[in-house]
Ligand binder design. Structure first.
Ligand SMILES: NC(=O)C1=CN([C@@H]2O[C@H](COP(=O)(O)OP(=O)(O)OC[C@H]3O[C@@H](n4cnc5c(N)ncnc54)[C@H](O)[C@@H]3O)[C@@H](O)[C@H]2O)[C@@H](O)CC1
Ligand SMILES: Nc1ncnc2c1ncn2[C@@H]1O[C@H](COP(=O)(O)OP(=O)(O)O)[C@@H](O)[C@H]1O
Ligand SMILES: [K+]
Length: 483
């Protein structure tokens, strides 16, 4: 599991550790790791004679860049510092000068010839986007041929929220110290960070056991995925009920069922208006056409994809929400839930909105949700007392109440932004719920598998369909089990 901690927590841990170490020791550790990462980015034997430019802000982030620059200068790099923000870390600057580095007044000339740029303008102390005087320099750095390495964080992004309020410097790689910061894992800031590398500065023992954010990795998902045993039968593996589709949106039912069939439950039971079409596409589905209370046992429901509006779906959603089993509500189904009705439920609820649906539930607009995804997922989980999976460029999952760690999905690809892929995800997550995973695990494992399947379907990069994602799910599942 990859974890991220908020700035306040990182600062507290740093303070505890720093009290035990000689002055400046922590910054030297950080700089040593940063310089080593730069050497590997430049390539073997390419440090000597390379041209490195340091963008140095007024705080300790600039200090890290200066100390790392000094190390690179000692290895034969030509290192030039551009001082932004009036003052610079005194000891760091002295170290750079002692190692043969220089300070320039002409950033543009230096940047035009640079092989590597270290962005040390701001780190966890940055507030808001880049200040106006840093903007043209940052743009010149990004426009140059150099590899841009962010020190701790890309300057201009918010470390805790992942928000980018103004301009920020996009990096090819970010070398972060002690712990990942939430903004490195959540869009839009994540987009600015490039490849991530974590330098261990000894902070581990001083960080709390419960992080602000966590991202599952292959082995975590492998441990959570259900696997049938010798004594399994289809009912013990779980039956997932799918209520989806309408005369207008028939495909949503087929796609939700396609996801559900590949999520580990033993059987899929379908209720809705398009049973004929569903059974034609998936003969293994149990289609129920009678009254709700005669539907037969299910261990979890997926409700909402393509059900449309009106009194029929509203009544049906009432039946679903009254069931004493976990319920996943997606898409049109989300229009038929109120915080009160969800809070009153006797079993867990999982809501899976995209940004537009989340905005409607929160009474805000889509842009606000996209700019502040972490705050949005926490607010929804708190308001509804439910687990929430917020879809989009970084899919986030938050447990009921909104205060625990938020799971960030590390798989996925923008090719997933294709009609119907969300229906496949809801079927898949519901199937994992029916198989017995708790809602946070079901949602985050589903997002993980769904993203991997999409990457597989896209191959080296290319358009995919929602059906193609569903078809790639078994292979993604195998990749996780046998890496
Ligand atoms: N605290 C520690 O023990 C360690 C800190 N380290 C480094 O120290 C950094 C934090 O240092 P600081 O607390 O000094 O803060 P930063 O260096 O991140 O930034 C604060 C400075 O930037 C200026 N600033 C704020 N917002 C700005 C903006 N939008 N545009 C331009 N300038 C802006 C402020 O006026 C302030 O002087 C970390 O990110 C990390 O790089 C590392 O050396 C590891 C050890
Ligand atoms: N830019 C993006 N990057 C990665 N994944 C995305 C992006 N945009 C959308 N997705 C994913 O694609 C799926 C789309 O779901 P949804 O919006 O419900 O579409 P639909 O209703 O057509 O099925 C979700 O899994 C979402 O996380
Ligand atoms: K930085």
């Amino acid at each position: 599991m990859r974890t991220a901690h908020p700035v306040e927590t990182v600062r507290a841990a740093e303070a505890e550790l720093m009290a035990l170490l000689p002055d400046g020791a922590l910054m030297r550790r950080a700089a040593a790791g940063l310089a080593a990462a730069c050497c590997s980015l430049l390539g073997k034997g390419r440090v000597y004679g390379s041209r490195v430019v340091l963008l140095v802000g007024s705080g300790d982030n600039g200090g890290d860049a200066l100390y790392a620059g000094a190390r690179l200068a000692r290895r034969g790099a030509g290192v030039t510092a551009v001082l932004l923000g009036g003052r610079a870390h005194g000891a760091g600057l002295a170290a750079l000068r002692a190692a043969g580095g220089r300070v320039t007044e002409d950033p543009y000339e230096a940047l035009a010839a640079a092989d590597l740029v270290l962005d040390g303008i701001t780190g966890i102390g940055g507030r808001g986007g880049l200040r106006p005087e840093a903007v043209p320099v940052a743009r010149a750095a990004r426009g140059s041929d150099a590899v841009v390495v962010a020190v701790d964080l890309p300057s201009g992004v918010d470390a805790d929220t992942g928000e980018v309020d103004g301009e920020a410097l996009r990096a090819d790689a970010t070398v972060t110290f002690g712990a990942y910061k939430p903004g490195l894992l959540v869009d839009p800031a994540r987009e600015y960070a490039g490849a991530l590398r974590l330098v261990d500065i000894g902070l581990g023992p001083y960080l709390p056991a419960i992080p602000g954010l966590e991202a599952l990795q292959h082995q975590d998902v492998a441990r959570l995925l259900p696997e049938p045993g010798a004594e399994s039968d289809k009912y013990r593996r779980g039956v997932v009920g799918v209520y989806a589709g309408s005369d207008r949106y028939r495909g949503a039912a087929v796609l939700a069922v396609a996801g559900a069939l590949r999520g580990g439950a033993g059987a899929v039971r379908y209720l809705g208006r398009v049973g004929d079409m569903v059974v034609r596409a998936h003969p293994e589905v149990l289609v129920h056409t009678g009254p709700w209370d005669a539907a037969g046992r299910v261990q979890a429901w997926v409700a909402g994809p393509g059900i449309g509006e009106g009194s029929d779906p509203e009544t049906a959603m009432g039946h679903v929400l009254a069931a004493d089993v976990p319920v996943l509500v997606d898409a049109d189904g989300l229009r038929h839930v109120t915080p009160g009705a969800v809070r009153e439920r006797s079993a867990p609820t999982l809501l899976t909105p995209h940004a537009g649906e989340a905005a409607a539930l929160l009474g805000t607009d889509r842009a606000a949700v996209e700019a502040g995804r972490l705050a949005a997922v926490r607010a929804l989980a708190a308001r509804y007392g439910a687990t929430v999976l917020l879809k989009g460029s970084t899919t986030l999952v938050c447990g009921p109440g909104g205060t625990g760690p938020v799971r960030v999905n590390p798989t996925g690809t923008p090719w997933l932004a294709t009609a119907g892929s969300g229906d496949v995800l809801s079927g898949l997550a519901g199937s994992l719920l029916a198989a017995g995973l708790d809602p946070v695990d079901a949602a985050s494992c589903a997002a993980y598998l769904h993203g991997l399947a999409a990457r597989r379907a896209a191959g080296a990069g290319g358009p995919i369909t929602a059906s193609g994602v569903a078809d790639a799910l078994p292979a993604a599942w195998r990749d996780i089990r046998e890496p």
